[in-house]
Structure formats: structure tokens, C-alpha cells
Design a protein around this ligand. Structure first.
Ligand SMILES: [Zn+2]
Length: 191
């Protein structure tokens, strides 16, 4: 099934958790700035310093299929194979396949959990979410990586690829200083 066929079948509209910083659905690609048409991927990253605080949005980006392809093609082969084996160990990690039951529509009150540690968002100080969408429909469930998951993910990434990801994210987003404080070890992930 193609993304397009999945979108036609999907009863699941893009979940609010995946909206942009203005609480609106993303409508343009964060890189090329073109209007989002067809399939695209949303990435959002949240952080807080202590368990008593609310999470702050570090960044939220949407990448059209072309920009996403360019981005992933630059990820080194060694990193890609390590990430693939991580995906084999943790089936919810970076879901990219079509899940028919998901297309029937999700419960909006579902609890999101880290694909690796299985912890809920409330138990995490830092997490990133991603999902693939198609126009106003969502095709994959939201995939979450929390503190431990992000660490496992970063262990897979070569220094070269990490430099590339940092440059890529720095180019498309502008972090205010109060947010930079929350960015642990100054590295980005884009799963
Ligand atoms: Zn684009």
C-alpha cells in the first residue's frame, strides 16, 4: 500500500500533538518552504529540566518528502545499519510501515510511550516525537523516543552524521537562548 492509498483509507486526521508552535497543522516544509502536499514527516522535540516542570517545545519541523529524502541520503551507511538493528530490537522505534488498525482512527487520549524504554511522557524529561502524514491525514502512529531512547539512538550515530544533523537542524530552525539552555549536550536528533 502506498502512502497515498493509506491516506485515502485513513480516518485519522493529524493529531494535535503534531501541530506547529502556533497550535496549527504544519502547512509548509521547514526546509524548502514549499506547501506540504502528499507525504511529509513531522518531528518535534521537548525538554524540561526537572520532573516538576512542564515540557517546553525545543523545535517542531515538518519535512516534505523531497527534503526528507535529501536529509536521509546524507546519513552515513554505518549509522543507517545501526539504526536498522535498533528498529529490529524495538518494533515501535521510528515506525515507517503502514499500520491498518491505526488508520481506523486512534483514541485521542492514548498514552504515548518511549519506543525503547516504554516510559510515558510524564516520566521523561526529554523526548522527541515523529510521525508520517499525508495532507491532513496521519499515516503512522506517533513514535516517541525519551531520555534513554535518545541516548541509544545517539550511540548509533557516527560523529560525521551527528555533525551533519546538527548543521541541518541549525539551518532550518532558530533557537531562542532560553531554549538552548534546555538542549542537552548541544546535539540534535531527527529520527
Ligand atoms: Zn521541503
Amino acid at each position: 500500500m502506498s502512502w497515498k492509498e493509506a491516506a485515502e483509507m485513513s480516518k485519522q486526521f493529524v493529531q494535535k500533538e503534531l501541530y506547529n508552535e502556533n497550535d496549527q497543522p504544519f502547512d509548509s516544509c521547514s526546509d524548502c518552504k514549499n506547501k506540504l502536499e502528499g507525504d511529509y514527516k513531522i518531528f518535534k522535540s521537548y525538554s524540561r529540566l526537572t520532573k516538576n516542570e512542564k515540557h517546553k517545545l525545543i523545535f517542531g519541523v515538518a519535512l516534505c518528502s523531497q527534503c526528507l529524502e535529501t536529509y536521509t541520503s546524507e546519513i552515513s551507511k554505518s549509522t543507517t545499519s545501526k539504526l536498522e538493528s535498533l528498529g529490529e530490537t524495538y518494533p515501535d522505534f521510528g515506525v515507517t510501515s503502514i499500520d491498518i488498525s491505526f488508520l481506523r482512527g486512534m483514541d485521542d487520549n492514548q498514552v504515548h510511550r518511549c519506543a525503547i524504554s516504554n516510559k510515558t511522557i510524564n516520566e521523561l524529561n526529554e523526548y522527541q516525537m515523529s510521525a508520517i502524514c499525508y495532507n491532513d491525514k496521519q499515516i503512522t502512529p506517533i513514535s516517541i523516543l525519551g531520555d534513554e531512547g535518545l541516548k541509544e539512538y545517539q550511540d548509533c550515530i557516527s560523529d560525521e552524521t551527528q555533525g551533519y544533523i546538527d548543521d541541518f537542524v541549525n539551518r532550518i530552525i532558530d533557537l531562542p537562548p532560553e531554549i538552548e539552555v534546555l538542549l542537552k549536550d548541544d546535539h540534535f536528533v531527527l529520527i
